[in-house]
Design a protein around this ligand. Sequence first.
Ligand SMILES: [Mg+2]
Length: 173
Amino acid sequence: MSLFKPDYYVSSYRKIDIDRLKQAGIRLLLCDIDNTLMAYNEKVPNQKVIAFIEKVKASGITVALCSNATKKRAYRFGEDLHVSQVYYLSCKPMPFRFWKAVKDHHCQKNEVAILGDQLFTDVLGGNLAGIYVILTAPISKVDRSTTKFTRKFENFVFRRLAKKGFQKGVYDD
Ligand SMILES: [Mg+2]
């Protein structure tokens, strides 16, 4: 169960305390796209996302995108954000893209964080890769059809985690 436990749990990317990341030694923030930074029915980042990415970069933390989405969708989203890399079709929870990002950015694993909304892709993948994990509540209740299926299992895992003191919806922010 500990593989499903994030290091930091927020209600929204906008609630992330960047100082907390700096104190944890984070130098690279990998962001999931769908339902983390935008809803499935959106295609380009809104002003709030742009402002958040700028704020993180201004703090000295590099930002890259790490999504299971297609190249087209991931690149279109990343176009105006000026991030260092756009990793698409990442096959999360497989840890390989995370390790590639660690290597590409000349970081140590413990200097890299993943921000995402799903236990089975972002949290599990991040923990398997040995990086810092930030879980956010999903932006929208509407999910891709494949995600709808995994959300059911997610609730099962959340119930198990609750027995270990980690409560769904009880955020660190
Ligand atoms: Mg997502």
